[in-house]
Design a binder for this molecule. Structure first.
Ligand code: SF4
Length: 291
């Protein structure tokens, strides 16, 4: 069996940076303990278990700052902000309560947040293209003082409620499908020709998406390694599945069903930005041994 591994599979720079930072502070006696991560550091259970073993705990977070405020009243030494980022309020609250904050927001997400803040401050109506409930989108929304309109489909453009003379700026969730964002922004421009389109799709995401399309075209079967919670892994699966119906979403090696591999000669493998290299390697090794 021929096995082709995506050169972009596995942790992206932003996730790797967050993961390494958390490992570093967990082992550093100078960092205030206990350490809590606000939400999932990475949408991957194996990674979460690894950092739990280092004594790092998770605070469940669904975007509601008021819930977090209550939890912050407990014994928190250090609070980690994940690569997905968060709104500005949490930094203020943590400061008031004397909680040490370690911010691992990905620089590309910070760019989207800052653009949201700047354009909102200049009087623009901000439009965010992304999944409304996603943590990154919720963070960007808060940097525009919760006044942004969020759209998640081309059809949603019809529902935008914007006055004729209002200036518009559009940002997108960094992990959105670039083609989808292009289709949405084309429709926005058709309706509001003066809209400012701010390119915030992460290049890592774009490269992965282009490559998975190629893997889907060139292989009998494609495995996308990721967690069901991972937005970018789901996008990869959608892209590959549209091209090659023999595409399977797996979280780890144990999810592979032997019957999927009957009469298969070549397999393409990719993984989302939150899929650790060690999980992807297990899958590659297993398939290579079938030769
Ligand atoms: S996918 Fe891109 S924007 Fe998101 S964390 Fe990774 S590098 Fe940053």
């Amino acid at each position: 069996m021929k096995v082709t591994l995506s050169k972009y599979a596995g942790f992206c720079d932003g996730v790797n940076r967050a993961y390494e930072k958390v490992r570093e502070i967990a082992l550093d006696p100078r960092v205030k303990k206990p350490i809590f991560v606000l939400g999932s550091l990475v949408h991957n259970n194996d990674v979460i278990k690894k950092i739990e073993k280092l004594g790092v705990k998770k605070i469940d977070f669904n975007g509601s700052i008021s819930e977090v405020v209550d939890k912050l009243n407990g014994e928190i030494g250090t609070l980690v902000i994940t690569a997905h980022g968060i709104g500005p309020k949490i930094f203020e609250i943590a400061k008031e309560k004397g909680i040490n904050v370690v911010d691992t927001t990905c620089p590309k997400v910070i760019k989207a947040q800052r653009l949201a803040k700047i354009f909102f401050g200049r009087g623009y109506q901000l439009v965010i293209v992304g999944e409304e409930k996603h943590k990154e989108v919720q963070g960007i929304y808060r940097w525009a003082d919760k006044k942004a309109q969020i759209i998640s489909s081309v059809e949603d453009v019809e529902n935008l409620d914007i006055k004729d003379n209002q200036k518009i700026a559009v940002v997108s969730q960094t992990t959105q499908n670039k083609d989808f964002v292009d289709r949405v922004t084309e429709k926005i421009i058709a309706r509001y020709p003066e809209a400012e389109i701010l390119d915030t799709v992460c290049l890592t995401t774009k490269n992965r998406q282009e490559e998975v399309a190629q893997l889907a075209r060139e292989n009998d079967l494609v495995f996308v390694v990721g967690s069901a919670e991972s937005s970018n892994s789901n996008r990869l699966w959608e892209i590959a599945k549209n091209i090659n119906n023999n595409t399977h979403f797996i979280e780890r090696l144990a999810d592979i069903k032997e019957e999927w591999l009957e009469n298969i000669e070549c397999v393409g493998i990719t993984g989302g930005a939150s899929s650790p290299q060690w999980v992807i390697k297990d899958v590659v090794k297993y398939l290579e041994r079938l030769n």
